[in-house]
Design a protein around this ligand. Structure first.
Ligand code: 6PG
Length: 222
């Protein structure tokens, strides 16, 4: 993995916008579409708000969500709600998880089907954004969860004790297929996890992320 460290938020955002233009420009030029899986949590909102202020080929950009909580899509804890509000009023195309379906497994199967339908075969995102949680999780791949062992499905679900709810998530096989994978991590509390990843650790979920085409990048500022 490659560390891209910046002194503050403005320089971190600016670097991400430049990198977005590069990976998105290549996708649009080569394939006419740009497929992105966005990270949830709180870190990325400032980037989404910066992206929303820019002219971009939003009509050719399809935004998926790397993971979701088992709550209504307009619930305060919903990643869809955070992403929708961050991009608002820019009318972007967000593919949300259907947490209104009867069971989490229905939502995971539906999302995997839609990923295959939109991205086709192989289901390769141009860019996947990920966070790093305070226990080393990423997306909703938490320590000790069954989804860590998923080798086939593109999306899955599991009950997460620490979150006290079912969580929906993309899987390691889908992440590995991407053209680029970026971790967005900010604040001194994330640095120890980053240092462990860079030292070659593999004993927590974020450290086990791979990307066959390009080493994952970590964008960090204190
Ligand atoms: C989620 C995220 C999760 C997040 C990390 C970091 O649904 O919460 O997908 O993986 O990226 O927990 O969260 P913060 O950005 O809030 O530190």
């Amino acid at each position: 993995m490659e560390l891209h460290a910046f002194p503050d938020e403005p320089s971190w955002v600016e670097a991400l916008l430049t990198a977005w233009d590069e990976v998105g420009g290549e996708a649009l030029h080569a394939r006419g579409e740009f497929f992105v899986a966005l990270s949830g949590g709180s870190t990325p909102s400032v980037l989404y708000r910066a992206l929303a202020r820019r002219e971009w080929a939003w009509g050719a950009t399809r935004l998926f969500i790397g993971d979701e909580r088992w709550v209504p899509h307009d619930h305060p804890q919903s990643n869809h709600r955070m992403i929708y509000e961050s991009f608002y009023p820019r009318p972007v195309q967000i593919e949300r998880w259907k947490t209104e379906l009867p069971k989490p497994e229905d939502a995971a199967a539906d999302y995997a089907r839609r990923i295959k339908q939109v991205l086709r075969d192989p289901p390769r995102f141009d860019l996947i954004l990920l966070g790093i949680g305070s226990d080393g999780h990423t997306a909703s791949l938490f320590p000790g969860t069954t989804g860590l062992r998923e080798k086939e499905a593109l999306a899955t679900w599991h009950y997460v004790d620490v979150a006290r709810m079912p969580r929906l998530t993309i899987t390691y096989p889908l992440i590995d297929l991407a053209r680029q994978v970026w971790f967005l991590a900010t604040g001194p509390e994330k640095k120890p996890w980053i240092d462990r990843i860079l030292s070659g650790a593999t004993d927590f979920p974020a450290a086990r992320v791979t990307c066959a085409l390009t080493p994952p990048k970590i964008f960090y500022h204190p």
